[in-house]
Ligand binder design. Structure first.
Ligand code: AMP
Length: 472
């Protein structure tokens, strides 16, 4: 199936061709004909699936055949949670619509409002906006909504997470009752369902990848490490694995700034992007990162929304997110549009509950690794134990141990380990088979680049029958 089979007009097909797209992605295959036909859409799609084009292309085509926009009016409104995503979507709309004579613009906070008011005077066919600034402009009579034909809520789950539900409801109340509504969200949780129930009219539901699962093309694993050693481990990995363009997530602005200083101290070019930086700095840092002038970009979740860098090879969770869904958003930054990527989390013992919550959400036990020289003094407990309430053993402990797979585990006996799931780590043959005991830190700094985890169970415990070290 090609783009021309989807019913798109010649000017749009030309723009698609110039973007270098040859085949529609699964969400584009489903959404484009439905939006062209005027249907409402509810789509569960992560970033990287091509979701922007899936709404922008048909939206432009519909607007192209309609009436002229009046002053201060808009015909299609795209709401996004962050400035970065607004800019990103705005660029896509402008690029796909470059052979049409429609006007589009982006508005967001953090910059002067006057130039935005001036731009809106003549009306806008497509306006991409963050909710707060849009309401500010409305309050100043700079924007009117009576001509709105199409509403898009992009990354709606994130808008709710960021506390925009009040603003969204205010905006919805201002729009004409008859309009087309398109709602895109990485996850379809309860709040999104509630929002969509009151908003969408018999929508086409699209789910392009299993709900709450991270992109399949992303290899994911965990490095167990003590909290105080994380920065040193990151520098070590960046240098030794030859990572050239790494996106690292921290939980706080302060943490992001501290990590940047540590990386620069280690001779690695790095910069931070977070809500505490001005829009100008954020845009410049992002441009430098895209141009490979900065090797490591450290970001908080909010600032990183909308970052689109194709084929970003590594995404690192320096700290696990408090909200498990953010793990999916973060990992969505790599392996985009089908290219392979690596999602790596540096996890300390104190984060085990967060790890368990993420594994529950993605329905997958993440493979664990320990790097030579960084074996943690504080073991990260097994997440399985957090999920399963331990039962009273039926048999005495000694017999129980005989029944477990512990003695027959080839790794622990020095035999050939089974291939690690998702484990095509890039160090290939350099990776050593684990031999060091976790209780003997004096062997930590031995030759080789990494060790497979031996056991995270406290000493003396019987191993579980099905070891989480080899997730299925
Ligand atoms: P999105 O999910 O909208 O953030 O898009 C992710 C990336 O995929 C962007 O860099 C798009 O330019 C790119 N993209 C979108 N559609 C296609 C396509 N059909 N073929 C190749 N790349 C695409």
């Amino acid at each position: 199936m090609t783009f021309s089979d989807l019913g798109l007009s010649a000017p749009l097909l030309r723009a698609i061709d110039e973007s270098g797209y040859t085949t529609p992605t699964p969400i584009q295959l489903k959404a484009i004909p439905a939006v062209l036909a005027g249907r409402d859409v509810l789509a569960a799609a992560q970033t990287g699936t091509g979701k922007t084009a899936s709404f922008a292309l048909p939206l432009l085509q519909r607007l192209d055949s309609g009436v002229r926009v009046k002053s201060n009016q808009i015909r299609a409104l795209v709401l996004t949670p962050t400035r970065e995503l607004a800019v990103q979507v705005g660029q896509s709309v402008a690029s796909y619509g470059k052979h049409l004579s429609l006007k589009s613009s982006v508005i967001h906070g953090g910059v002067k409002i006057n130039p935005q008011m001036m731009k809106l005077r003549g009306g806008m066919d497509v306006l991409v906006a963050t909710p707060g600034r849009l309401l500010d402009l409305f309050a100043q009579n700079a924007v009117k909504f009576s001509q709105v034909e199409i509403l898009v809520l992009d990354e709606a789950d994130r808008m709710l997470d960021l506390g925009f539900s009040g603003e969204i409801r205010q905006i919805l109340a201002l729009l004409p009752k008859t309009r087309q509504n398109l709602l895109f969200s990485a996850t379809l949780g309860g709040d999104i369902r509630k929002l969509s129930d009151g908003l969408l009219n018999r929508p086409l539901q699209i789910e392009v990848s299993p709900r709450n699962s991270a992109a399949k093309s992303v290899k994911q694993w965990v490095y167990e490490v003590d909290k105080g050693k994380k920065a040193a481990l990151l520098s070590h990995l960046v240098r030794n694995r030859g990572w050239e363009q790494v996106l690292v997530f921290t939980r706080t602005k302060h943490g992001a700034d501290g990590l940047v200083q540590a990386l620069i101290h280690d001779g690695i070019s790095a910069a931070a992007i977070h809500g505490g930086k001005s829009q100008g700095v954020r845009s410049r840092v992002l441009a430098d990162f895209k141009a490979n002038k900065i090797r490591v970009l450290v970001a908080t979740d909010i600032a990183a929304r909308g970052i689109d860098i194709s084929e970003l090879p590594q995404v690192i969770n320096f700290e696990l997110p408090k909200v498990p869904e953010d793990y999916i958003h973060r990992i969505g930054r790599t392996g985009r549009a089908g290219s392979a990527g690596e999602g790596i989390s540096l996890v300390s013992a104190a984060e085990v509950k967060l790890l368990a919550a993420i594994e529950t959400l993605i329905r997958q036990t993440l493979v664990r690794e320990v790097e030579n020289g960084f074996i943690p003094a504080h073991t990260v407990p097994l997440t399985r134990e957090l999920r399963v309430r331990p039962k009273k053993p039926k048999k005495p402990k000694q017999q129980q141990e005989k029944k477990t797979g512990r003695k027959t585990d080839p790794e622990e006996q020095g035999g050939n380990p089974k291939p690690r799931r998702g484990g095509t780590l890039q160090d290939g043959g350099r990776r050593q088979k684990a031999t060091a005991s976790r209780t003997k830190p004096s062997r930590e700094a031995g030759a080789g680049s990494a060790k497979k985890r031996l056991s995270s169970k406290p000493k003396g415990d019987a191993a579980p029958k099905s070891s989480p070290r080899r997730p299925r």
